[in-house]
Design a protein around this ligand. Sequence first.
Ligand code: MN
Length: 191
Amino acid sequence: MKFELPKLPYEVSALEPVIGRQTVELHYGKHFQTYITNLNNLIAGTKYENMELVDIVKDSEGPLFNNAGQALNHNIYFLSFSPDGGGEPTGKLAEAIKKDFGDFENFKKEFNAAAVSVFGSGWAWLAKDASGKLSIVKEPNGGNPVTKGLVPLLGFDVWEHAYYLDYQNRRPDHVNALWNIIDWRAVESRY
Ligand code: MN
C-alpha cells in the first residue's frame, strides 16, 4: 500500500472538549483510513501509482479525485491540531493575515462565515498564491485549493462526520471552538 495514515501527534482524546475521542476515532481511524484504502486501490496498476498525492489530486476526476482529495485534505486537517494550540499565528503568516484581512479577528470572522456557509459537505480553506497572498476558499465535497493553483495552509472540515457526535447540527459552535486547538506552528510551516 503506497499511502498510509499519518501518525497523530496527539492522543485520540487530547483534543477534548473541542473534538471528542469518539469523533477522532471514527473520523481519523475509519473515514480517513477508508479514503486512503480507496485511493490505494484506485491507483494500483495505473499511471497514478507513483505520483505524489498533490499531483494525483490535480490530475484526476471522479472517484479517484474524491478519495485522493480527501486523503490530502485529512492529512492537512489532522496535523493542524494540538491540545496546546490556539492563540494567534506569528511571523510571516501573521503579517500576511494583517495585510490581507486587516487583523486576526477579522480573518477569523471571514473564515467562520465561509465554513458555516458551505452548503452540505465540504471544506473551508486558508490558502496562499505564488506571491504569498492569502485567500479563503470554499470547496464542496473533497475539494482542495491545489486545483486552483493555490497552496492550502489550513482547512476546516465541515462534513457532518467531523462534528455531529459532539455538536449535532450546531456547525457554527464547532467551527468557533476549532480555533482553540489550532497548531499555528504547523500552519505557519506551510506558508
Ligand atoms: Mn472528514
